[in-house]
Design a protein around this ligand. Structure first.
Ligand code: SF4
Length: 99
């Protein structure tokens, strides 16, 4: 699964530099994916782009952003369950198209 940021987020952005996939964006800021810009997914707090989150598979053993969050606002997204293989494919796709 990808991870997600809940409403507990205080938008401190401590997690943002931790993400090796550049999947974390400020509230209201458009994100890049596969060479295209897309509208922000959240206007109220920092957010994660699910298509860009590999749960850090391919880089680290654990999601780096979860540890970085001071309010425990980053959780596994129960609606986006993915296998390690699927997550590695996402990472490899991002290797090709850019982050
Ligand atoms: Fe980025 Fe890893 Fe957090 Fe996913 S789990 S958003 S890849 S730091």
């Amino acid at each position: 699964m990808a991870v997600m940021i809940t409403d507990e987020c205080i938008a401190c952005n401590a997690c943002e530099p931790e993400c090796p996939n550049n999947a974390i964006y400020d509230a209201g800021v458009a994100y890049d994916y596969a060479g295209e810009e897309h509208p922000a997914l959240n206007d109220d707090h920092t957010y994660i782009v699910p298509e860009k989150c590999s749960e850090c598979v391919g880089f680290y053993d654990e999601p780096q952003c979860i540890e970085a969050c001071p309010t425990e606002a980053i959780i596994m997204d129960p609606d986006r369950v993915e296998s390690k293989e699927e997550l590695m494919k996402k990472k490899e796709y991002l290797d090709q198209v850019g982050r």
